[in-house]
Design a protein around this ligand. Structure first.
Ligand SMILES: O=C(O)CCC(=O)C(=O)O
Ligand SMILES: [Fe+2]
Length: 369
């Protein structure tokens, strides 16, 4: 198996080509693969990730919002990823998030394992280094540790009207009881990202040719998940290790904040890895499996992974955003040329399916996804 780094024209992005096939976890299925294409076989595909100034998304003028929506839609059709510039999230909130993440991961393992995800009904909490394996060609698994929490209606800036029973069902988070500041910071960040994600949902609706508010009712009690991640450095000589194995996200979309270390890579149609190098002041947004379904494949949920061979500790925090109700293909995305590609499936059922697959994999192979 050869590993080459080439620079593809017309851009100057250093793209990685590895082996004959790339294996990945796609829309809930393990072991999917894409043939690596070179020379004459190569298809026209992206070799860099677009940077979109989303400032106009907050404008009062529809034409400004439409301009951003068109660029976003184009990026989601061609790449499935884009950098979001001028997102409006306050720097202090971001700085405080980095600080608390580092403090959390510096705790002893036994302390973090008190909230092990497989002790939790909803798979929320702590997952240790090598506790997950998304790419079966990397048997040692993912060299990362994480803490995951989900939506809590109490922290929604526009709280939905819910019965007490549904509130309890939605909030199955586990928190370190003796450290209230941790929950406070994580949820302050989470709340802010709910607002940003709702705004972005409108942008996606516009970009898909629907009414700007067409998806609002699907995100008034959304399925949000937020993860904090720590990737200890990988030894480049250990080939059965990876930061996070190649996969797609089972979200509507994901908004990722990464530190300056780098290592996130995105798979193009030639199965070449395009780096999503950190760009100061931006977040990386990617289309998830659910948006791909809702958009009837017009938008692509793109495979990505993290390889941290930098020799440094890497930290990142993705915010996973999914809707609350039955999601079906948008009528605007179905036509005679593009008939509905998926059976309508509720987010709840979809999550249940994905979680039961994850539990099954944990039980039978001793490892989570
Ligand atoms: O840490 C990153 O840069 C990406 C993380 C990711 O892809 C995920 O958690 O789904
Ligand atoms: Fe991901």
């Amino acid at each position: 198996m050869s590993t080459t780094t080439v620079t593809e024209t017309p851009t100057k992005v250093a793209t990685k080509i590895e082996g004959d096939y790339v294996y990945f976890h796609y829309d809930g299925r393990f072991g999917e693969r894409r043939k690596v294409l070179t020379g004459e076989e190569m298809k026209s595909t992206f070799t860099e990730i677009p940077i979109i100034d989303v400032g106009g998304m907050f404008s009062e003028k529809l034409e400004d919002r439409m301009k951003v929506a068109k660029q976003v839609a184009q990026a989601c059709e061609d790449v499935g990823f884009f950098y979001m510039k001028n997102h409006g999230v306050e720097q202090k909130l971001i700085d405080d998030q980095w600080k608390i993440m580092k403090e959390y991961f510096a705790m002893p393992l036994e302390k973090k394992m008190e909230h092990y995800i497989y002790k939790n009904k909803d798979l929320k909490g702590y997952e240790p280094v090598h506790g997950a394996r998304l790419d079966d060609t990397k048997p040692r698994g993912d060299r990362k540790e994480s803490f995951l929490n989900s939506y809590d209606p109490e922290y929604d800036p526009v709280p939905p009207t819910l019965s007490e029973a549904s509130k309890r069902m939605m909030n199955l988070n586990q928190w370190p009881a003796e450290w209230p500041e941790f929950k406070e910071q994580i949820m302050a960040y989470h709340s802010r990202f709910i607002t940003l994600a709702r705004q972005l949902t409108r942008c996606f609706a516009l970009g898909l040719g629907a009414e700007e508010t067409a998806l609002d009712k699907l995100v008034d009690a959304p399925n949000t998940n937020q993860k904090i991640l720590h990737y200890p450095p990988q030894d480049p000589d250990i080939k059965d290790d990876t930061g996070i194995g190649a996969h797609t996200d089972f979200t509507l979309f994901t908004i990722l904040n990464q530190d300056k270390v780098g290592g996130l890579e995105v798979l193009n149609a030639n199965a070449h890895w395009v780096p999503a190098a950190p760009i100061e002041g931006t977040f990386v947004v990617n289309v998830g499996d659910f948006l791909m379904r809702m958009a009837n494949n017009r938008f692509v949920s793109t495979v990505h992974r993290v390889v941290n061979e930098s020799g440094k500790e890497r930290y990142s925090t993705p915010f996973f955003f999914s809707p609350n109700l039955d999601a079906v293909c948008l009528p605007e995305c179905c036509s005679a040329d593009r008939p509905a590609a998926y059976e309508p499936l509720t987010v709840g059922d979809y999550y249940e399916l994905r979680h039961s697959m994850q539990r099954h994999r944990f039980k039978t192979r001793g490892i989570g996804q």
